[in-house]
Design a protein around this ligand. Structure first.
Ligand code: PMP
Length: 383
């Protein structure tokens, strides 16, 4: 049903009037993408682009098993969690099994922002305190509460901002939020020992440690299924989003029985869409595909191949783990030029970081060795 619509040349203009201009478009000449498959996107003229941006399409754009799971369940039943249904329980158990003890209790929500908002509520309920600490340049979501945890967007009015890589200056903390590798900050990897020292300081003062795995989770970092494992820590609360549903709006919070018990305040937790059978079946299919296609090991192999190649190029820094990499260039202008140059060669990449000078590599995991080599050649050429 896309071809008739694809021909309409006025889509950009109609978008400007029908939707908020606060929504941005990638590229000065925006792309009109109508189809996705594996690590590729296709525009209305049928041109293929290698997608190094979309960490949401974790197991590949429109993976047939995920599509089938969603379509099958949507044709049978989609309700909230107020009836018994095996899918969401199976899914909670499967998801919890990927975490170390004692992270075994799941809450299902609809986005990464909702997951972090709920984590904030859990931490405040558990500690009876208000104080929250975040890392500088962090992004934790678009809700009123989570924008307040996101120095990436605006200086938080209430959260305390910890400069990289100082220990949080805790007083009576409810929580410390951290991404195990900071995405929006420019794919920044904490120095060895940082996360465990920060967690220790927070816990010594009675606070909870929240790992935001919205970008980094589900095997992307290669060596481990969860990026917090790279830092040798076990958080009190983990928040999940983006890849968890391969594009279906799904998010989750995983915590300990103890923290979960503190939330039993007498007020029901109800989330209309969270944990519905369609979402649960999709979440299960995503876990199946990661396992059956050995995507975590693949992310490690492809990430190593890319890092080896990147370190031979004329760049300021190449860093990251698995298929969550950053390439720091010498300026914002150079990064913008490289992004356009890659687009002209059929490769999509995003830029980020406080100086907008970092290329972010976070593709769908089924990126092939040939895709990696093609990107490295194109980048060398553009540089
Ligand atoms: N946390 C992190 C680390 C993110 O990168 C994002 C989204 N970019 C969010 C939370 C918010 O997720 P969502 O947009 O699904 O609400």
């Amino acid at each position: 049903g896309t071809s008739a619509r694809a021909a309409r040349p006025d889509i950009a203009e109609r978008r400007r009037t029908a939707m908020s201009r606060a929504l941005s478009l990638a590229y000065s000449e925006p792309l009109h993408i109508v189809r996705g498959e594996g690590a590729y996107l296709y525009d209305a003229d049928g041109r293929a682009f290698l997608d190094l941006v979309n960490n949401v399409a974790h197991v590949g754009h429109c993976h047939p098993r995920v599509v089938e799971a969603g379509a099958r369940q949507m044709a049978v039943l989609n309700t909230n969690t107020r009836y018994l249904h095996a899918s969401v329980v199976d899914y909670a158990r499967r998801l919890a099994a990927t975490f170390p003890d004692p992270l075994h209790v799941c809450f299902f929500v609809n986005s990464g922002s909702e997951a972090n908002d709920l984590a904030l509520r859990l931490a405040r309920a558990h500690t009876g305190r208000d104080e929250v600490h975040v890392l500088d340049h962090a992004y934790h979501g678009h809700l009123t509460s989570t924008i307040g945890l996101s120095p990436y967007k605006a200086p938080p009015e209430r959260a305390r901002v910890t400069p990289l890589w100082e220990l949080p200056a805790v007083d009576r903390p409810a929580a410390f939020f951290a991404e195990p590798i900071l995405g929006c900050a420019g794919q920044v990897v904490p120095p060895p020992g940082y996360l465990s020292a920060a967690f220790e300081a927070v816990r010594a003062a009675g606070g909870l440690c929240v790992a935001d795995e919205v970008q980094t989770g589900f095997g992307r970092v290669g060596e481990h299924f969860w990026a917090f494992e790279l830092g040798g820590v076990v958080p009190d609360i983990v928040t999940l989003g983006k890849p968890i549903g391969n594009g279906h709006p799904l998010g989750a919070v995983v915590t300990t029985p103890e923290v979960a018990a503190s939330f039993l305040t007498g007020m029901e937790y109800f989330n209309t869409f969270g944990g519905n059978p369609v979402s649960a079946e999709i979440g299960l299919a995503v876990l199946d595909v990661i396992e059956d296609e050995r995507l975590q090991a693949h992310a490690l192999a492809m990430g190593t191949r890319l890092l080896d190649g990147l370190r031979g190029l004329n760049v300021v820094d190449a860093r990251g783990h698995g298929l969550f990499l950053g390439v720091e260039l010498s300026s914002r202008a150079e990064a913008a030029r490289v992004k356009e140059g890659l687009k002209a060669r059929g490769i999509l990449i995003s830029t980020d970081g406080p100086n907008e000078d970092v290329l972010k590599i976070k593709p769908p995991l089924p990126l092939s060795a040939d895709d990696c080599d093609r990107f490295l050649e194109a980048l060398c050429d553009v540089l």
